[in-house]
Each structure stands twice: as C-alpha cells, then as structure tokens.
Design a protein around this ligand. Structure first.
Ligand code: SF4
Ligand code: SF4
Length: 446
C-alpha cells in the first residue's frame, strides 16, 4: 500500500535555503556533535532507529499539509538526520552505504537540514499520532543544535541571542527603556482606573518574580497591564527584573547550551530578589524550557515555578470579574498543550471573563500549530509561515463570526494577526488571556 510518504513529492527548496558550502573540517565537527548527542539524548537514537515509515504522521503535520513538500513529512524530515546516523554510526551504513541508502553529510545534506529543520515548528503533534511516539521535534532540536555548533543559524536568532546576552531581553532594550515603559503603563492604568497600580523593577525582598515575554512588556502591553492589575488586586509583593525581562528561551529551539544559560539566569535572579515563587508570562516554548529544564540546567531550586495562567486560574474565586460582551476562541499554544500542562486553566479564565467562548476543532492536545513557533518569526520566512499557518486559518474561519482569537503566547501573538490578514479575516483581533483579565477585572482602592 502506498503511504503519503511514497506519494509526496519533493518541492523546490531553493526559496528559503540558506546558501552554504560545507567546509571539510565542519563535517568532522558535525559528526562529533552527533555522537555526543547520541549519548546525552538516548531518545534520539531510539527515534532514529524505530520509524517504520508507516506515514501516519504526514497528515498530522501542519507543515506538510500547508506546503505539501515531501521533506516536511515528519518521518522524511527525521530521516534527513536518520540517514546520516545510519551512514556513520551503524555497521551496515559504514559497510554498505549505497545499499542501505545511507547518505553522506555533505553540502547538499546541509542545505536540506537548514531548509527543513527550520520548517518544523517543534509543535510535537506528530508524536501524538505516531504509534511509536516518535517525536520529530526532538530530532529537529538535535539537528539545529548541531548546525549552531557549526556556527550556522538564521540571523534573526543570532540577533536575539546577542540582545539577550547584552540586556536580558530579546528586544535588546536597556534598563532605562524598561523603567520608561513601566512608568508609561502605570500612567495608563492610573488614567483608566484612578488607582496607583505599580510595576516594580528590581525590587529586593520580593515574594514573586514575574518574568514576562519582552514583547508583552513593550509591544502587547495589555497582557502586562492585565498581570499588574491581578497582582494589585491580590495585594502580592512582586517585582520584574531588568536582568531577565524575558520568558522566551530561544536556546531550546536551536542550542541547548544557550537554553541552559537562560535557565541559570532565571535561578540566579530569583535568588537575588529573594523570590519564593517565579511566575512565567505568556510564552509557550519559554514555559516548556523553564518548567522542564530549570532544575536540570542549574540544580535544585528553592522557589516555586508556575505559569501566570495557572496562577490566575488558582485565584479565580478571589477575582471580581465581569463578563465582557464578546465571542472568542482559544488557540492552544503547542508547548502548553503538548508539553506544558496549560490546557484547562485558560478555558476556566475565559469562561468567567467573556460572554461566549467557542472551541476550535481539533483543540487541546490535538490542536494545530499556528506556524509561527520555534523561532521562525523572521520576515524572510513569511511566505512559508503563511503556508505553515494554513490549517490554523481554516480552523478559525470554520467558527464564523468572532471578536477575538485568544493566543496566550508571544510567538502566536505575532503569527496569528499575519495569518488573519493573509487569509482575509482582517476584522478579527488577537489577544492574550491576561489582556482580557485586565479588561474584565473590577478593581477597588487598596
Ligand atoms: S507515524 Fe511514526 S512510525 Fe509512522 S512514519 Fe511517522 S514517525 Fe515513522
Ligand atoms: S513537530 Fe510539528 S512541525 Fe515538526 S514535524 Fe512534528 S508535526 Fe511537523
């Protein structure tokens, strides 16, 4: 029987290829890195060895469904690394390379890695439907890690890492700009509510360290306002830190050493301010990196770690919320639904805050990715991003008239408005969950 893998065609890949010629010594470095990953990521070898090429994953991957490109079938993408693994690390591959179809790690392979491992959003939907639980996202992470160890990564990601190192946030804005922005948001809230709602920065002896996505602080600031109003109402002792004003952790998406640095920064700053609790803001992959890898990266921690939507949901019975007259749906960020255990919390909050909440189909763990995750929000990827978001646009359109698509993740908040514009749903707005909490909460002077 022909599976989707047999029927699919390889498309012209030149459009987003990163022109690059593999130098001789880089091949040795790449193979050494792959060998290291084999020991540190045992799951990788299990995945590479056990795929039966049944093709089930093809129709579950929005990347393949949107592009119809053979190498965007999860198993075909994974085989880009699997072929190299077999060629260099198995007896059969070393001895009978041509018979086994095992490929060389050469410039052509490199070009395919660069193209297709950056067309995977690391959404993990394939793993959910694979009978063996094979998680192509893990293969993608390993491949991107190897590429970055060769010094190869998109400029967009390079810029973000440099910004983070210099300023503690992906946007590269210094402490003075953070203070200005905090003052501006306080003035906005004063004008709206008549209340002095503070956004403290670097405040010692704080019980809570709140880590927003920098874009929620500087750009989508209604999310930050919602959080500040929540903390005001609950009367908690909290602060932001200028050293880590960034929930995102791009290291998870391309280099595991960079991820560890960010996790270690989180622990250091939490200890500096004396936090008993660290609350992460609306960022999908950032939550996954913090939740799953903080202790693994930096050793045991003395504080709790929770997501803002979990925290808010746990305090719902203490919040004076009015129902906003709107019809909304929720986009489940992949890293919440398939890796972060943030599924029912946003639903519980939305049911209290809005007049009508409708579900997408499919939703929760089975939801489709918006096509913007995994660090590919760069403009040069726009055409591909729109293809990757085709399933999401179809899901939204099927719901009829809506006021908002709620997308509680900084990457989704950047991608979904572009999708709505591209697929002709201009009248629809995108928002975080905490934005609506900020609009629905009725505050009183403390
Ligand atoms: S569903 Fe799993 S076993 Fe089947 S082709 Fe995809 S990755 Fe391989
Ligand atoms: S992780 Fe998502 S984008 Fe990547 S191969 Fe799997 S389903 Fe496709």
């Amino acid at each position: 029987m022909k599976t989707p893998m047999h029927m699919a065609k390889e498309k012209d890949t030149a459009t987003i290829g990163f022109p690059y010629v593999l130098e001789k010594d880089q091949q040795a470095v790449a193979l050494k890195k792959m060998q290291e990953l084999q020991s540190s990521m045992r799951s990788l070898v299990v995945m590479l060895e056990n795929c039966t090429k049944c093709g089930n994953c093809a129709k579950q991957c929005h990347s393949y469904l949107g592009t119809e490109d053979y190498y965007n079938i999860p198993a075909a993408r994974a085989e880009l690394m699997g072929g190299i693994y077999k060629r260099y690390f198995t007896w059969m591959g070393r001895t009978f390379a041509q018979l086994t179809g095992a490929g060389d790690f050469d410039t052509e392979t490199l070009s395919k890695w660069l193209t297709y491992f950056y067309q995977c959003n690391l959404c993990r939907r394939c793993a959910r439907f694979c009978p063996f639980g094979i998680d192509t996202a893990e293969v993608t992470i390993a491949a991107r890690h190897i590429l970055s160890e060769l010094g190869i990564m998109p400029k967009f990601i390079q810029g973000i890492v440099a910004n983070l190192k210099k300023t503690g946030n992906n946007m590269g804005l210094p402490k003075a700009a953070i203070l200005d922005c905090a003052e501006f948001l306080e003035a906005e809230m004063l004008e709206e509510t008549g209340l002095e709602i503070k956004i403290p920065l670097d405040k010692p002896n704080s019980d809570i360290l709140y880590i927003p996505s920098s874009t929620d602080f500087f750009v989508n600031s209604d999310t930050m306002i919602g959080v500040a109003k929540l903390f005001y109402h609950l009367g908690v002792n909290w602060t932001l830190s200028s050293e880590i004003l960034e929930a995102a952790n791009f290291g998870l998406l391309f280099n595991l050493n960079v991820m560890r640095d960010h996790n270690q920064r989180l622990k250091k700053v939490a200890n500096q301010v004396g936090a008993k609790l660290v609350i992460q803001g609306e960022c999908g992959h950032g939550w996954r990196a913090a939740k799953m890898y903080t202790e693994g990266s930096s050793g045991p921690v003395s504080f709790g770690l929770i997501h803002i939507l979990d925290y808010c949901a746990q305090h719902l019975d203490q919040l004076p919320l009015q129902k906003l007259p709107m019809r909304v749906t929720l986009h489940d960020p992949c890293n919440y639904a398939r890796a972060g255990e943030i599924i029912e919390q946003p639903r519980a909050i939305l049911r209290v805050c809005v007049a009508e909440f409708v579900e997408m189909t499919p939703a929760r763990e089975d939801n489709f990715c918006c096509g913007g995750g995994s660090g590919i929000l760069m403009d040069e990827m726009m055409d591909i991003r729109m293809k990757l978001g085709k399933k999401k646009a179809e899901q939204i359109r099927a719901l009829g008239k809506l006021d908002y698509v709620i997308a509680p993740c900084a990457s989704c908040k950047a991608q979904i408005p572009q999708l709505l514009k591209y697929y002709g749903m201009n009248e629809l707005s995108t928002s975080g969950v905490m934005d609506l909490v900020g609009k629905a909460i009725i505050l009183q002077k403390k």
